[in-house]
Write a protein of this length. Structure first.
Lengths: 149, 82, 149, 82
């Protein structure tokens, strides 16, 4: 299984978890994050969203983030899945899984990957709302989160 | 030639997805931006916004980064994935 | 679904995740931790382990930890499952899931719950090794992790 | 009576899982421990180890905590779950 997938198809978080730990008995700690389409965003009612990306650069950016995480923490396995295209309410957008011998490394790696993905990977979200489509604004808190590491 | 790409709301604001620019006389990404703004003055506030990100050959770079014939350059709004 | 389960039966992390997010469209960020029986522990080869607990107090301790997490972070849902009894290599020991509108809260809550569970919930692990059964030693790093919060 | 429980390796070291103690004359958990050690001197190094945790009625407490008739007291080694 590749570490990275940028895909239109919906994924199943349980299957991603199962694949991440398959045949492994060294990774005692698995942390995974799932980002989902939520009904409210900065006070707006959201009915779905569309994810645009920069094909090619996206994969390179994610590879670079995963390699950086592997240099910082001892990880058995890593998996990053990000969807593009039209997504419905409640659907998963992104999956980040990190398998390590120790939980501190798994937690830190998963959060680091998310913080960097949020600020360094060329994805853009457009929300569908009753008032029309709205591009999501980047948040200062995401920049600050990435600068912690 | 240099291929220039625009993404997301920046593409919507410019009304342009990509443009090809002859490479001669262009040194840095900032110079390329100046060249584009000279051709399309209404692009200026969008391309010169502090928040705009730049990539050359699919790697994030600063405005001082050189651009050369054959490069793929991208202007992007702040990313909002995840 | 109750927030807490102390159980002998094996659980499926994918099903736990599915139950946590079922019918929810506000929790944009889900973080899960799974602790698993690993083959090596402090240089020992491990073939399985037995988890002992203090029935009654265990559930109270976990309730208290979850309530503390809910006071600290805005959480849509929380789920903690901990197994007791005999466990085989690679099997899941513990599941902690936190669903929040924002990822920082979900990450912090899940890690906080694990750090407190490790130091405040009355579970004890005994490892099966080729040299016999060995009670697991508490680690200073777990105490330090809990004291961060 | 006070019910006293021992867990995990502490139970193995003492060779005892539980014991009932008359409540009279016992004030604090530390005094209860002293009472148990007086009856079983070889329990002393195990019960008085710095690492031992105490619970009264299923809540972690300090050694100064009072114990009363009907209480359930537990002596436990450091926990290692998760």
């Amino acid at each position: 299984m590749s570490e990275i997938s940028v895909q239109v198809d919906r994924f199943d978080a349980g299957q991603e978890y199962a694949a991440l730990i398959a045949d492994d008995t060294d990774g005692g700690a698995a942390v995974f994050f799932v980002g989902r389409v939520r009904a409210r965003s900065e006070g707006r009612q959201v009915t779905g969203l569309t994810v645009e990306h920069y094909p090619g650069m996206t994969e390179q950016a994610l590879e670079r983030i995963v390699q950086e995480a592997r240099q910082r923490w001892p990880l058995q396995r890593v998996r990053v899945v990000h969807r593009v295209g039209a997504l419905a309410l409640g659907e998963p957008i992104v999956f980040v899984g990190a398998l390590s011998a120790h939980r501190a490394a798994a937690f830190s790696a998963a959060e680091f990957i998310m913080d960097y993905l949020k600020t360094h990977a060329p994805f853009w979200k457009k929300e569908r709302t009753p008032e029309g489509d709205v591009w999501v604004n980047a948040r200062d808190s995401d920049q600050q989160a990435a600068q912690r590491w | 030639m240099i291929t220039v790409l625009f993404f997301a709301q920046l593409r919507d604001q410019l009304g342009c997805e990509s443009v090809s620019v002859p490479a001669q006389d262009i040194g840095t990404l900032a110079a390329l931006r100046g060249h584009l703004v000279a051709r399309n003055p209404h692009w200026q506030p969008h391309l010169e916004a502090d928040s705009v990100l730049f990539a050359v050959n699919q790697t994030l770079v600063k405005a001082e980064h050189p651009v050369r014939a054959g490069d793929e350059v991208a202007f992007m709004p702040p990313v909002t994935g995840g």
